[in-house]
Design a protein around this ligand. Structure first.
Ligand SMILES: *Cc1c(COP(=O)(O)O)cnc(C)c1O
Length: 418
């Protein structure tokens, strides 16, 4: 590519080029990575190299499942490629209604509504329900879409330290007089792979008259006897007012749901702007959604295999002296600390045929860069065991191991206080 000509470069491009160069210097520049082919057993081809993909959210291996693909094709053949309008205009097909009924049955809530993405669901729900005079309490490690929802809502909001229930209780006490109070949390945290203290959250919200919203983006399909999520696993479905989750991770396709009471769902139809002002999900996606919900119900072996493999994988990393924080799910971080070192680690693993992405600030606090491994039921047990050994070995070569574990504990504390 020719170097940009200073004379013809617009001021916009000149400023952005400088900003990109600054990101590069801080090892914070991000680039798109193109997958050339999806291969069996959770592998992909990138730049001609076959890699074990330890970075996808395809936890149950459904993204390439023939049943989802066939259902998507059949739905397109019957209903078309597009939904032609937004939901409140003429975009609600009988197929949307069928999927929403299937989701409500799956979640065991009275009703459910689909959103086009999890991002849109979080932004739409929080802004629809909360406003001036209200207070929202949000875990510091909640997903970015929740944070954007907080900003959009116009309500006061407080981000409590990660999983710190004492801090949350003090905030609830202080804001007892607020008009509406909403606690919002991920059920499975996407960067640390740990779990929200749902029982304690339910106790607090009941004590202080707050509502509870949980984001099960990483819990749906993975936790619970029927795969409905962490709330199901803990028997807390009815105690939680607002259940949000996605079809884009364990369920292998795209889109999101919010499940709860009839008044909640009907209010979202009326007030959630990301629901109202966007074209309805297209039929092929709805077909895939339907097939995925069926498979999740009927094939519990996928999630039990996933969680068993994740426990083994985590144990092997820990035995190798790596710091996996409080992970107890299919998401397993390895704390590195330094941004450049995290990038170096990821590059070295790639040489060994493993794809893991370095997660850096602002996604994590400064000094807490890490690799994040996410497992899939598509992965072969033998290959996972080999991968764990490679991760430990490469980590050692980079000076991570027993000693970084100690350093890791300190950093974890720092992250909590941040
Ligand atoms: C991925 C994710 C979302 C966003 O879902 P999309 O369907 O990808 O937009 C929301 N919340 C959490 C916790 C997530 O991990």
């Amino acid at each position: 590519m020719a170097a940009p000509d200073k004379k013809t470069m617009s001021t916009l491009d000149a400023i952005l080029t400088q900003e990109l160069a600054d990101l590069e210097t801080q090892h914070l520049r991000r680039r798109l990575q193109v997958l050339e082919e999806m291969l069996p057993a959770g592998k992909v081809r990138v730049a001609g190299q076959v890699l074990l993909n330890l970075s996808s959210n395809d936890y149950l291996g459904l993204a390439t499942d023939l049943r989802l693909i066939t259902a998507a094709q059949a739905a397109a053949a019957r209903w078309g490629a597009g939904s032609t309008a937004s939901r409140l205009i003429v975009g609600t097909l009988a197929l949307h209604q069928e999927v929403e009924e299937a989701v409500a049955a799956f979640k065991r809530t009275p009703r459910a509504v689909l959103f086009n993405t999890g991002y849109m669901a979080n932004v739409g729900v929080i802004a629809a329900l909360m406003g001036r005079g209200d207070v929202i309490f949000s875990d510091k490690l909640n997903h970015a879409s929740i944070i954007d929802g907080l900003r959009l809502a116009g309500a006061a909001f407080y981000r409590y330290p990660h999983r710190d229930m004492d801090h949350l209780a003090a905030l609830l006490q202080k804001h007892q007089q607020a008009r509406r109070k909403l606690i919002v949390t991920d059920s499975v945290f996407s960067v640390d792979g740990d779990l929200a203290p749902l029982r304690e959250l339910v106790a607090l919200k009941e004590r202080y008259g707050a509502w509870l919203m949980i984001d099960e983006a990483h819990g749906t399909g993975v936790f619970g006897a029927r795969g409905a999520g962490l709330a199901e696993a803990l028997g807390l479905t009815e105690a939680i007012e607002i259940h949000m989750g996605t079809f884009s991770k364990a369920l292998g396709s795209f889109g999101a749901y919010v499940a709860g009471s009839a008044p909640l769902i009907e209010m979202l139809h009326n007030k959630a702007r990301s629901f109202i002002y966007s074209t309805a999900l297209p039929p092929p996606v709805l077909g895939a959604m339907q097939a995925a919900v069926e498979i999740v119900r009927q094939e519990p072996a996928r999630r039990s295999y996933l969680l068993t493999q994740a426990a083994l994988f985590r144990q092997r990393l820990q035995e190798g002296g790596l710091e996996t924080l409080a992970s107890e799910t299919q998401i397993i971080p390895v704390l590195v600390g330094d941004n450049a070192l995290a990038l170096e680690y990821a590059a070295a693993l790639r040489q060994q045929g493993l794809m893991a992405v370095a997660i850096r600030p602002p996604t994590v606090p400064p000094g807490c860069a890490r690799l994040r491994f996410s497992l899939s039921a598509a992965h072969n047990a033998e290959e996972l065991s080999q991968a764990a050994a490679t991760i430990v070995q490469v980590g050692r070569q980079l000076g991570l191991g027993e000693r970084s574990g100690v350093k890791g504990q300190q950093m974890q504390t720092a992250a909590k206080l941040n």
